[in-house]
Design a binder for this molecule. Sequence first.
Ligand code: PMP
Ligand code: GLU
Length: 403
Amino acid sequence: MSTDTIQHHLSDTIQRLSESATLAMARMARELKEAGKDVISLSLGEPDFNTPDFIKEAAKKAIDDNFSHYPPVNGYLEVREAISRKFKRDNKLNYSADQIVVSTGAKQSITNVVMAIVSAGEEVILPAPYWVSYSEMVKMANGVVVPIQTTIDNDFKITPEQLEEAITPNTRMMIFSSPCNPSGSVYSEDELRGLVSVLRKYPSLYVISDEIYEHINFSGGHASLASFDEVYDQVITVNGVSKAFAMTGWRIGYIGAPTWIAKACAKMQGQVTSAPCGIAQKAAQAAVEADPSVIDAMRAAFLVRRDLVLSHLNKIPGLKTNVPDGAFYIFADVSDYIGKSDGTTTIQSPADMCMYLLENQTLALVSGESFGDSRCIRISYAAADDVLVEACKRIAAGLNNLK
Ligand code: PMP
Ligand code: GLU
């Protein structure tokens, strides 16, 4: 039978989901590159550094030591104990090993929690802009996304009043990142305290605090939401090694959570992946056991790049930026260019802007819509300085042609 005549029965769930916008743009850029085009891709949030040697050595040793069998579903005990010490050392958080679940990337960690807690029809608050996958994870659980809009003028941060207004009797969860992907915004301890004063009034509202950019923070210190005792039992702290240790391909993330939530996540994971890769877990153990100062050079390089990109972008008329205190993204407001045209293409949205820059300037960025924002585009500056300068030239040239 030819494939044309075979009926495709895709589930309602998969039809509801969007393709990951970050991965889709990275794919398009890769395809153009393979076709011989001089593409610059600042679409994917991934450090351009290599994994440090001491971590690679730990993985090689794990292979020689035969970490080749099914690991325990929630991760090796010694890995969870190392993560427990890391939480204490860096975040003043007390999570025992049985409150920790190691997963195949923080992406799976967050999916596990959403699937474990959110029932059909329950509302999940997402301060917008939010990372593209949060909304899709909520859809997988048949939950309802409730965005809270922010703007560049308030540094893309929500206020306690906005949070209180968004909560209904049907709210089950909020998913929150600081430093934030895509805005780079970092909530101060005082700003977190403001949110805690609201959250504590709703003990059955759970918060995923996604702290994967913890170490890429230029504001001088990271504050963990769960370190506020009043909400410790409501918070699931997510972290991982992808960003801090340039280990995106090793696929290790983890949570610290109340034991009942950790158990539920392990139950979920036991049916999906059995456990995360044992060799990658041992590499991650070496990473979290290392003195966090190993990340200093990488963080310093990101700060120089942030300032380099901002200095170029700020010369472009009508393009608005804030000064992000963390992560490695600039979420630039291009709303002044909506409605403008180069004579052939009229820009109706940030998505049009990204396609225009890809087609006319062979530059791949990600549009704001999939982050829940209809004014901005995301520029990842996790790339070499000369690449960033050339990318900024392309943005300037592309926008200059729009009248
Ligand atoms: N959270 C945020 C905010 C992210 O940007 C990412 C992107 N990698 C993740 C979670 C997932 O990280 P990973 O699965 O690579 O550990
Ligand atoms: N989190 C990164 C990003 O936002 C990696 C891609 C993804 O998994 O979304 O670009």
